[in-house]
Design a protein around this ligand. Structure first.
Ligand code: SF4
Ligand code: SF4
Length: 147
């Protein structure tokens, strides 16, 4: 019988402690966001997937199709191609595909680019039910602004 009342008192005590913690937290600054309606702003050094940079003057990707980033990637996850239109001074990028599922964000591709054409995006809100969406990310279709 004593054990019965002991358990009730213990239960009431732990409930009061839990409710006390909840009550105190109600008046503290929130540390979470109403995701997905609001999301965090990434810091300048955040590494999202790589992205191509755009030339402000022409609006075109800065990439000159030198292939250095593709060669530098240890995971072999960059496949790019270009063409030299007749009379043009240099090649024009026609395709830039990234396999983000094998990218380790090591940054060797960004470091290898001597034309300031590649950077890390601040994109972290990536969701998909299909793995293929990240195996073949078309970076030419999501060229970022000049940074
Ligand atoms: S960050 Fe590293 S692994 Fe990812 S694409 Fe660039 S070189 Fe390859
Ligand atoms: S290293 Fe830079 S310029 Fe060369 S192909 Fe890669 S992104 Fe383009």
């Amino acid at each position: 019988m004593i054990k019965y009342f002991q358990e009730i008192i213990e239960g009431a005590y732990t409930l009061a402690v839990g409710m006390g913690i909840t009550f105190v937290r109600m008046f503290r600054r929130r540390v979470t966001l109403d995701y997905p309606y609001r999301s965090l702003t990434m810091t300048a050094r955040y590494r999202g997937h790589i992205e191509l940079k755009r030339d402000e003057a022409t609006g075109q990707p800065k990439c000159v199709v030198c292939m250095a980033c593709q060669k530098a990637c240890p995971s072999n996850c960059i496949k790019l191609d270009g063409q030299k239109p007749e009379g043009a001074p240099r090649k024009v990028l026609t395709s830039y595909m990234l396999d983000f599922t094998t990218c380790s964000l090591c940054g060797l591709c960004v470091e290898s680019c001597k034309f300031d054409a590649l950077t890390f995006s601040h994109d972290y809100n990536l969701t998909s039910m299909r793995k293929e969406d990240y195996q073949t990310m078309d970076l030419l279709r999501r060229v970022g602004g000049a940074k």
